[in-house]
Design a protein around this ligand. Structure first.
Ligand code: PNS
Length: 165
C-alpha cells in the first residue's frame, strides 16, 4: 500500500490543487490531502471549513481522503504510514522554499521522500493568495476554484462587483 501525503494550508482549495490531486491519485494507492492548521498565517477559512471544501472537491476520487494535522509534517507522515510528501511546483520562484522544506523534512526523517509535481500549465499562475485577493476586490474567481469554493468565497467576502463600462 503506497500512501502519499499532500500537505498545505489550502486557504482555499483551488483548481490547481485539484489538478495535483488527480495526478497523485494515479500514482499512489491512497492520497491524503493533509490540511495544516496554519494559524500563524491568519487563514480566511477555519480548519473545518477548509476540510469541508476539500472533501466536497474530492468526492469523485475513491482513493483520496482529507484530514487535518498539527505539528510537524514528518510526524504526521509517519503516523499515517506514508511513503511520500507531494508538493506542487508552479514556477522557479517556488523552488527555493520547497527545496529548503524538502531537505529539512529529510533531515528530520530520512524515510520521507518529497515528490514535486507540476500542475497543468494553465494553473501555473494560480495561488490561494491571489484567488482571495481577486475575490476580495469583487473579481470573478469561477475559473480558478471549484464552484462550491467560489460560493464560499462570496459568502465570506461579498458578491462579484458589476463590470464598469
Ligand atoms: O500551502 P502551504 O502554506 O505552502 O503549506 C506549507 C506546509 C503546511 C506544508 C508547511 O508549512 C508544513 O509542513 N507545516 C507543518 C509544520 C512543519 O512540519 N514545519 C517544518 C517544515 S520544514
Amino acid at each position: 500500500m503506497r500512501t502519499a501525503i499532500y500537505p498545505g494550508s489550502f486557504d482555499p482549495f483551488t483548481n490547481g490543487h485539484l489538478d495535483l490531486v488527480h495526478r497523485a491519485a494515479k500514482l499512489f494507492d491512497h492520497v491524503i490531502v493533509a490540511v495544516a492548521k496554519s494559524e500563524g498565517k491568519g487563514p480566511l477559512f477555519s480548519l473545518d471549513e477548509r476540510l469541508a471544501l476539500i472533501r466536497q472537491s474530492i468526492q469523485g476520487e475513491p482513493n483520496v481522503t482529507a484530514d487535518a494535522f498539527d505539528g510537524l509534517l514528518v510526524n504526521y507522515v509517519d503516523q499515517q504510514e506514508g511513503q511520500a510528501v507531494i508538493r506542487g511546483l508552479r514556477a522557479v520562484s517556488d523552488f527555493e522554499f520547497e527545496f529548503q522544506m524538502a531537505l529539512m523534512n529529510r533531515k528530520l526523517n530520512e524515510r520521507v521522500e518529497t515528490i514535486f509535481m507540476m500542475p497543468k500549465d494553465t494553473y501555473t499562475f494560480l495561488s490561494s493568495r491571489i484567488v482571495k485577493e481577486i475575490a476580495r476586490l469583487g473579481g470573478d474567481v469561477s475559473a480558478f476554484v471549484p464552484s462550491h469554493v467560489g460560493v464560499a468565497l462570496r459568502e465570506k467576502l461579498g458578491p462579484i462587483a458589476p463590470k464598469s463600462s
